[in-house]
Design a protein around this ligand. Structure first.
Ligand SMILES: O=C(NCCCOCn1ccc2cnccc21)c1cc(-c2ccc(F)cc2)cc(O)c1O
Ligand SMILES: [Mg+2]
Length: 218
């Protein structure tokens, strides 16, 4: 039976990256995707923007929707402050199995909790299951049509606080037009756009950074 692209990506990490060295895991995935096979990791160019936003927020508690092979998981987790935690959610069990091994190869398994399932099911359970109050940082990189319903769900479940930073990948390609319209027009968000390129290509893409300002309720 033939391997899958995530499995070939994992093998490239295990072959080329130094165990425990998150930077070399990231570099080897980027090398694989530039020279062997394209894969939907955020990539090096948008990844540098992700790094700068994560470093600025310095989150004690972060949430990622859309783990895939764990590339952005490793980029975020390696920048967390001591004791910082990242919860990452993946729908596809095969992707999750690869991501667990990539995260482990990077030596970041102690600060990452990977859960398998759908955002609609999991978001309402996060407080109870993980004992979290609210997130300091949220990274959206899952089904693009879920960005809007899920940010509403995060608000309803009171998982955002004044100042929570929500960063969304692919707001141009594949695109999340309804999500963009919402965060750019809602008084509850201060939104800004970072133009870049679709991972490993010359196509235009970008990240939207939205700071939650809280509700006007008393
Ligand atoms: O589709 C993409 N990502 C999403 C994966 C499934 O996510 C499913 N998923 C993961 C947690 C989760 C939780 N609940 C529901 C679904 C949930 C995605 C796609 C492209 C892309 C761009 C151009 C192309 F020609 C082809 C593809 C690029 C990206 O950077 C992406 O992120
Ligand atoms: Mg993406």
């Amino acid at each position: 039976t033939h391997s899958s692209r995530p499995q070939r990506l994992l093998r490239a990490v295990q072959k080329g990256a130094v165990r425990g060295d998150a930077r070399s895991v990231v570099a080897n995935i980027d090398r694989f995707c530039h020279h062997s096979e394209w894969a939907m990791n955020i990539g090096d160019e948008k990844g540098a923007i992700l790094d700068s936003v994560v470093s600025e927020v310095n989150p004690a508690l972060a949430l990622e929707l859309g783990t895939y092979c764990g590339y952005s998981t490793v980029r975020i987790a390696r920048l967390l402050p001591p004791g910082g935690r990242l919860i990452t959610l993946e729908f596809n069990p095969e992707y999750a199995a690869v991501a667990r091994q990539v995260i482990e190869w990077a030596g970041l398994e102690d600060s990452v909790q990977l859960v398998e399932g759908g955002s609609g099911d999991w978001i309402p359970q996060l407080k109870e299951h993980f004992g979290v109050q609210s997130f300091d940082f949220v990274f959206l990189d899952h089904w693009k049509e879920r960005y809007l319903p899920d940010i509403h769900l995060l608000e309803e479940c009171e998982l955002l606080r004044k100042g929570t930073v929500v960063l969304a990948d692919n707001v141009v390609c594949p695109g999340a037009p309804d999500y963009l319209a919402y965060v750019r027009n809602s008084p509850a968000y201060q939104s800004s756009y970072f133009q870049s390129h679709l991972e490993y290509t010359k196509a235009v893409d970008g990240l939207e950074k939205s700071v939650y300002l809280g509700t006007t309720d008393a």
